[in-house]
Design a protein around this ligand. Sequence first.
Ligand code: ADP
Ligand code: 5GP
Length: 187
Amino acid sequence: MAAEVRPRLTVLSGPSGVGKSTVVAHMRKVHPEVWLSVSATTRKPRPGERDGVQYFFVSDDEFDKLVANGELLEWAEFAGNRYGTPRQAVLDRLRAGEPVLLEIDLQGARQVKESLPDSRLVFLAPPSWEELVRRLTGRGTESAEVIERRLEAAKVELAAESEFDTTLVNTSVEDVARELLALVAVA
Ligand code: ADP
Ligand code: 5GP
């Protein structure tokens, strides 16, 4: 009997500021063929972010409609904004046998594991709490109040690390990008 080929869905999570976007961007610069789901969000774009590239930036009403129409595979509220994964694009890729990468928060990771139990959950951890604070603050994209909310969420996320299948510590972007590629690409 031929071995069943299971397309893999990999979920990358970790506290805000740990370096998820940086690691994924580095990996995709080297391997542009790795497909990353583009989420919908009610958050306002940061300077340089473009609609349809980093996110689909939508209004509250539009997000309500995506939820009501069952168009999201998962969604969550994070630090005052809503974020969700468009379902169809992910399912199309999986059906075509292509690996799928989601970069989403802890609540979303739990929902994906529930609906697609074969998914692999990868936790990106900071080298230390102090370094996480330094990175989040140093990015300079959020107000002090938003940074505070994100650090509160980070405590909850760090406490949930054992729910993940694998932990990668983001000390070197190059090393972690290589490790992540191996997890995403190997069936
Ligand atoms: P996330 O997507 O997890 O919120 P970002 O990718 O935006 O985090 O990274 C947050 C900040 O940390 C950015 O300023 C980024 O340049 C920096 N950063 C990311 N990875 C590293 C690393 N390995 N060492 C030092 N700084 C890093
Ligand atoms: P940011 O505002 O920094 O881009 O993202 C904030 C948090 O939302 C990050 O932890 C990021 O992984 C998460 N996030 C991004 N897209 C999604 C999504 O589609 N679903 C969920 N649940 N979280 C998401």
